[in-house]
Design a binder for this molecule. Sequence first.
Ligand SMILES: Cc1cc2nc3c(=O)[nH]c(=O)nc-3n(C[C@H](O)[C@H](O)[C@H](O)COP(=O)(O)OP(=O)(O)OC[C@H]3O[C@@H](n4cnc5c(N)ncnc54)[C@H](O)[C@@H]3O)c2cc1C
Length: 219
Amino acid sequence: MESHRAMPGIEVGDLGEKIGYSSVDNGFLSFEHYRIPRKALLARFMSITKTGDFKMKANPKIIYQIMVQTRLMIMFGAALNLSRASVVATRYAVCRRQFANVKGSTEERKLIDYQTHMDILAPNIAAGLCLNMAAREINEKIVKKSNKMIMEDDYKLLDVLHHFTSGLKALGGEMAYNGLDEMRQACGGAGFLTASGIASLWEDVAPYATYEGVNVVMF
Ligand SMILES: Cc1cc2nc3c(=O)[nH]c(=O)nc-3n(C[C@H](O)[C@H](O)[C@H](O)COP(=O)(O)OP(=O)(O)OC[C@H]3O[C@@H](n4cnc5c(N)ncnc54)[C@H](O)[C@@H]3O)c2cc1C
């Protein structure tokens, strides 16, 4: 503890720069021929007996429930970030003008007046709202009920929750990632600037496809 250097046989480090999700430092820790007392294991939910047997201390179904809730949080995150980007892209579309192509007018049109532009914005605005509504419905109608049932040792709703949150986590994550980039591009050169805010939102939703279950498997 005096030098704060790792003991011989222990390697600890940072995983390196990521394309987003920078608010969290992902690191690694490895032990090579290094013995530690059993009571020093990071073993809140499981333990190793003196004879070397592995034992779960917690109910695995309850541990699984944590993952289900995290997938729901990802859905809320997908909805929130998509809606934040919709606000930025819509504001840009009502300010930015391109081409005076209305007969009899010298005024340039707003981007939002172009159907092709609305075709990008509208589905993404709707997707943000729908994802939020779907996540709220699951939370209000199933999660809260399931949590109450679990307190009485009844895990019946976990099955249906698993299916809803796995599929919708994958769908929401994909819609947020693709939709955010569509709206970033809809802000032209400004969308390429980190100052637009959209680029960092897009980076933040990028790992949704990977963590808490790779989308390929979750679909
Ligand atoms: C930003 C970030 C934060 C993370 N934080 C945590 C954390 O806090 N705690 C934690 O435990 N983990 C964390 N993870 C790890 C994350 O859970 C894994 O990255 C994820 O489960 C994918 O595993 P992998 O990276 O080994 O990919 P791989 O297993 O190598 O998968 C790569 C690809 O192979 C294919 N594939 C893999 N398996 C299958 C299969 N069964 N069927 C079909 N195709 C398949 C898919 O196309 C998949 O996309 C984090 C990851 C990221 C990116």
